[in-house]
Design a protein around this ligand. Sequence first.
Ligand SMILES: Cc1ncc(COP(=O)(O)O)c(C=O)c1O
Length: 384
Amino acid sequence: MNELRWRVPLADVVVDDELVDAALETLRSGWWSMGPRVEEFEREFARFCGAGHAVAVANGSAALHLALLGIGCSDGDEVVTPSLNFVAAANSIAHTGAEPVFCDIVGPEELNLDPEDLEAAVGPRTTAIVVLHYGGFPCDLGAVGEIAERHRLTLVEDAAHAPGARWRGRTCGTIGDVGCFSFFSNKNLAVGEGGMIVTDDHELAERLRLLRSHGMTTLTWDRHRGHASSYDVVARGFNYRLDELRAAVGLVQLRRLPEENAARARIASRYREALDGKNGLTMPFGRTGDERTSSNHLAVVLIPEGIDRDGVRTALTERGIQTSVHYPPIHTFSAYSSRHGRALPRTDAIASRLLTLPMYGRLSGEQVESVIEGVLNAVVACRR
Ligand SMILES: Cc1ncc(COP(=O)(O)O)c(C=O)c1O
């Protein structure tokens, strides 16, 4: 991922013998499409989360799309989701025929959705909520769950940032009706492209398995093993399958996830200590309390109002430090702005202040200190 341009890239992967051996062994096995490694990855991921079922899919967007179809989202429905999210949730809602309705965040300290505004966004056509655990920080699942229950809405967790994050001791992704994960290269558990859906609902899991593979009643793997010779198509599904190579990589990465998350937590704590409240900077999620354990997928800092963010980013680029913005709010994109009618003042207020700093487990202490120094200096330089 790091093409040597960056002294400190935004994200990076560790490639070692164990990972390479797992990939080579899979190649040499001669069975590359969905098979025993995918099944093992599903079993191990379900166990890691404490979920009844895990269904591996091609990527996190496919996870969201299948989950929404699986819970019955369709034409005429509305699904409430925060605008401060990657666009996958909104696109997936739209691809079911439903309309995404955007809600606001709590504020600069808490970039997750605001339960009060979520409730205000619920209307007669609302059938589901898709929450995000922004940057790996669990949202207020107590308040959201209570709203979902009162309005009889299905709760989908976009847990792409949150593998291993915990809310009241429970693993994110398993608290709502269905949870969706991404294993894209920059994620805490990276395989390149990949995703997982978790649920305790056996019937939903079966429906997801069918839809994942064109609604076919048997898999190529079943027929290869002689367990079946034919199949019926009982639903109009997709090819959203994961392959063996990435499942093999995923199994190694899953074993490493606790260590990866612990390293991220140490880096996050150093960023907070050095940046929060300094030179007008704010590190959100400072008051998470005991209920929430973050997976620290993102290290986001809010730059002071009135500072040119592009200037700060350019100054950091000149030092070889890569940054990003998570996210330009979805309601500001051309594909969504004209259909969106709700005021989102707190999302709008922080949108130009968001700055994402490098975060991955093996960032060295020296790299972290160079990011801190770079950010503190850039903010002062860009104020002049
Ligand atoms: C919050 C969130 N949801 C969904 C996705 C979609 O995952 P994928 O890129 O694996 O399709 C991403 C990916 O970046 C994400 O960050």
